[in-house]
Design a protein around this ligand. Structure first.
Ligand SMILES: [Zn+2]
Length: 354
């Protein structure tokens, strides 16, 4: 079968490799349909290996060369012994977290924060950028007919965004600042609306990204200039006191400062953007305003089915962030290289694997 494998930084190859054998007990064999290219895939490409193990992963034994891809839709081709919830022919979306059974955090539905957890597409023999993959049945969310293959490929990043929104503790009618209009920021804005926010200010310096969702009712694009954000906070929020919550999705010092500055006293700032550098933070403001500064990383396994249900209900148009498709054979130049090119005008590129 064809698969895109990471060998080293700047060395991704579409190769012919042996397809997986029959699924083991509790596992399914799937044929991948569409797979998204994620920021973390790009990070492996330019700076890896980071999440990809160079020595065998203690739980899965996986190591480079590694098939990438952890955001994908697929069709079930075979099921192993003891698989009861999923049948041959079902379409599924993959959930990448491979929890170590009985592990401390896994027992608490928090396997995503455990250092022992492996990830499909990083530290598992298979990934969504190969034609076939083996997955544990617990890592498959069944897709109803009304959720299409592209939407199915976006369940994973939408779950990352939904976890950040969950941690912002919104109520119906809340006002939210989302700082950063990349794929996760755009999905966080959609998730905030789906979670009942009345107004989401999407702050992003790049004009293309900023105005991408601007036609949606409830989304207010902003440039990220602090004066503009303060004016919007005064105008759009209850008594002009500031946003109920802010979600930092840029991993950028100024974006975080804007969140701390414009969220109302006692509000929440959720940190989902990943910082490469260590930012300077106005911690005095966090004290003075009695803010809650909440980290967000991955998502609990229980979020995937909620995201699928919201897509099915027409309340979470995740497909809005897709800006391009590329066949697997051209995924490196037409996908990875396109996304890291200066002046990139894509948000999410999906690889058509099947
Ligand atoms: Zn991802």
């Amino acid at each position: 079968m064809k698969a895109l494998r990471f060998h080293a930084a700047r060395d991704l190859r579409v190769e012919d490799i042996a397809p997986p054998d029959r699924p083991g007990p509790g596992q399914v064999l799937v044929k991948v349909i569409q797979c998204g290219i994620c920021g973390s895939d790009l990070h492996e490409y330019t700076h890896g290996p980071q999440l990809i193990p160079v020595a065998p992963h203690p739980f899965t034994q996986a190591k480079a060369p590694q098939i990438l891809g952890h955001e994908f839709s697929a069709r079930v081709e075979a099921v192993g012994e003891g698989v009861v919830r999923i049948k041959v022919g079902d379409r599924i979306s993959a959930i990448p977290h491979l929890n170590v059974p009985g592990e401390y955090f896994a027992r608490r539905n928090l396997g995503h924060v455990s250092s022992e957890t492996a990830l499909v597409g990083f530290s598992w023999a298979w990934g969504g950028m190969g034609e076939y993959a083996i997955l544990p049945q617990d890592n498959c969310v069944r897709l109803p007919n009304s959720v299409d293959d592209a939407q199915g490929a976006l369940v994973e990043p939408a779950s990352v965004a939904m976890n950040a929104v969950d941690l912002a503790h919104l109520s119906a009618g809340s006002t939210v600042l989302v700082a950063g209009g990349g794929p996760i920021g755009s999905l966080a804005a959609l998730c905030a609306l789906a979670s009942g926010a009345s107004c989401v200010v999407l702050a992003e310096p790049n004009e293309f990204r900023r105005t991408f969702l601007a036609d949606l009712h409830g989304i207010v694009p902003a440039s990220g200039d602090i004066q503009e954000l303060q004016d919007l906070a005064r105008k759009l929020t209850d008594d002009g006191r500031g946003f109920d919550a802010a979600i930092e999705c840029a991993g950028h010092e100024r974006a975080l400062a804007n969140c701390i500055e414009t969220v109302k006293p006692t509000g929440t700032v959720v940190q989902v953007g990943l910082f490469v550098d260590v930012p300077r933070v106005n911690a005095f403001k966090i004290s003075e305003k009695m803010l809650r500064y909440q980290g967000s990383w991955g998502f609990p396994m229980t979020i995937g089915p909620r995201v699928v249900a919201l897509i099915e209900a027409g309340k979470l148009p995740v497909e809005r962030i897709v800006t391009g498709h590329v066949p697997l054979a051209r995924a490196v130049t037409g996908g990875f290289d396109a996304l890291i090119a200066p002046g990139n005008r894509n948000l999410k590129i999906l690889i058509d694997v099947a």
